[in-house]
Design a protein around this ligand. Structure first.
Ligand code: 16G
Ligand code: MG
Length: 562
């Protein structure tokens, strides 16, 4: 494409999506995320970048998801999805940031510069899949994305309102037709049965089809019961479960709340992030003690469970509990099919409860690694195992199976002894039910329900595998959160000077104490995490460390935030 044809890049910017703010914006942990009113020019420009990225990847499809996940309604965001359904390659984050921040007058020249820098062949075809969450600002932003794609003569396909993981799945399928069909509903086979080859299945057929298939092999027994309550965060995940619910034929009885009607506001006092951070149940969900409740976040990529006891005290089953449940079950099946050469490992972040890490190492005897916060880091680390289970404590995670693992398990399912074959076939269904592109609340929900059903366990049995250490998360506003630097997968703080030694001193005074601080990638705050032997001590330690951050890292206001 000759440079003159980039004029339209400027024309669209000036006429339709002008940059109206000078606030600097950065492609962070999960793309750009801020007030929706500041984003239109950014999303338009990401449409441009998605086309360039697609051409650099030889015309393979790139995804653009318009969402601010668990943030409240006024926010929005955009992130790019790479051809395998993974997060945008990290080295492109700086390019995204540069393109988002130049003036409209410099946009044409900067676009040309980027094209040259990444050596994109602008004569190639380009394809971009666009999805959005339920925010009222999303359609307008999705339109800006389409204009960005058009301005560089790419082809945009809009998926409308989808969960983030559904879009990741569709991008992967579009580029690898053995993984599935790039649609939500699928085309060929009726209500989500597991027929045909994997490559012929749409999203629901893949997940729900595999669940039904496995349920046919695992009758309900023990203290498992098929009723599951769900908090949909008033976002997109609950809406999709409402579609799936109709095809479940009593294999799972979903009772859905917070689906976005009745004035319920997205993520407001509900959803996975609220439940995890505040350690309180969501508003709008009513249930008896010991009822299993699953809570999703606004864009359907996080899942936590909880229940209330007889005293109305909440018990949380977070990403660590889900990770250990899935890892222990897959380990059991691997043993049963005698696939001893397959190495399973688990990936966590510093937020993982210390008790979970101890349980994984000492009881499950599974290797565990700790990486920086953010799905891309976990996903990457999980790829180094034959089977890699990764979860953030906040409920974002999935299981990755290498080609070697899949081939081995398929072979055993066909050639093994009868007991081995049975275990391998269950494992194949388990793999089918997994969205390997990214953490997926809907897929994870069906995986958890499968394990509980297979073991005949209720939510209390699940909880009893190990006991979490009480913990607390706080945030502190400082002048410049980037004044905080960390090392050792965010477990130690290397700047400002003196902060880590102060944290060490404080932690040493608590039994089972642990604490770390890190600058948030999505909010202008420093996050503080603490755990200790009692809730009172965890709360105290968190407050003391917050005070230390406030004092040593330039706190703003009178005192740290509660
Ligand atoms: C984003 C990340 C999530 C991480 C969170 C941390 C993705 C898709 N999402 O939501 O993994 O836990 O940021 O937020 O990577 P924070 O930096 O504000 O603590
Ligand atoms: Mg999310």
């Amino acid at each position: 494409m000759p440079p003159s044809s980039l004029r339209v890049v400027y024309a669209f910017a000036r006429e339709m999506h002008p940059k109206t703010t000078d606030v600097f914006i950065e492609y962070g942990t999960a793309g750009f995320r801020t007030k929706a009113s500041l984003l239109e020019h950014v999303v338009y420009r990401m449409g441009l970048l998605a086309v360039i990225r697609s051409r650099v990847k030889n015309g393979r499809t790139i995804g653009m998801m318009i969402t601010a996940s668990h943030n409240l309604e006024p926010d929005n965001g955009v992130k790019l999805i790479d051809p395998e359904g993974e997060m945008l390659e990290q080295s492109w984050e700086e390019i995204a940031t540069r393109l988002a921040n130049v003036s409209d007058n410099d946009l044409e020249a900067t676009t040309a510069e980027v094209i040259k820098q990444v050596n994109a062949d602008m004569g190639l075809k380009a394809s971009v899949f666009i999805g959005m969450d339920t925010r009222y600002t999303s359609p307008r932003l999705a339109a800006a994305a389409v204009h960005g794609v058009m301005a560089l003569k790419g082809t945009a396909k809009e998926f409308g309102i989808v969960t983030t993981p559904i879009l990741h799945y569709c991008v992967r399928c579009r580029n690898d037709n053995t993984y599935g069909t790039p649609t939500e509903e699928g085309r060929k086979y009726g209500p989500y049965s597991l027929v045909g080859t994997p490559g012929e299945r749409g999203y629901y057929e893949k997940i729900v089809g595999a669940f039904k298939n496995i349920r046919g092999k695992l009758p309900v027994h023990g203290s498992y019961n098929t009723t599951l309550y769900v908090d949909g965060a008033n976002g997109v995940g609950g809406k999709k479960l409402n579609i799936i619910k109709k095809s479940l034929d009593g294999e799972l009885d979903l009772v859905l709340y917070n689906l976005g009607g009745n004035g319920g506001k997205l993520n407001l006092n509900c959803g996975a992030d609220f439940v995890k951070v505040s350690q309180t149940p969501p508003v709008g969900v009513e249930h008896a003690p010991f009822q299993r409740v699953a809570s999703l976040d606004g864009d359907g990529d996080r899942l936590v469970y909880y229940y209330l006891d007889n005293n109305n005290k909440m018990h949380l089953l977070d990403g660590d509990k889900i990770a250990t449940l899935l890892a222990s079950y897959v380990t059991e099946l691997l043993k049963a099919c005698e696939a001893t050469d397959l190495k399973l490992g688990l990936v966590q972040t510093a937020y993982a409860n210390g008790a979970s890490t101890k349980y994984i190492t000492e009881d499950l005897k599974v290797p565990v690694s700790c990486v920086k916060t953010g799905v891309k880091h976990l996903h990457h680390a999980a790829q180094s195992y034959d089977i890699g289970v990764y979860f953030e404590a906040n409920g974002h995670g999935t299981v990755l199976y290498s080609d070697k693992a899949k081939t081995t398990i398929r072979r055993i399912a066909q050639e093994g002894e009868p007991e081995q074959r049975k275990a391998a076939q269950l494992l194949l269904n388990f793999i089918d039910m997994t969205n390997e592109t990214v953490g997926d609340a809907i897929s994870d929900l069906f995986l958890v329900e499968t394990v509980l059903c297979a073991r005949g366990q209720n939510v209390k049995d699940w909880m009893e595998a190990y006991t979490d250490l009480p913990c607390r998360q706080l945030k502190v506003t400082v002048q410049d959160r980037n004044a905080i630097s960390t090392a050792d997968a965010e477990r130690r703080c290397t700047a400002p000077e003196g902060l880590q030694s102060r944290i060490d001193e404080l932690v040493a005074t608590y039994k089972s104490g642990r604490s770390f601080v890190r600058p948030s990638g999505t909010e202008d705050v420093v996050r503080v995490y603490a755990e200790a032997d009692t809730q009172e001590n965890a709360d105290k330690l968190a407050a003391e460390v917050s005070q230390a951050v406030f004092d040593l890292a330039g706190g703003v206001g009178d005192r740290p935030l509660a």
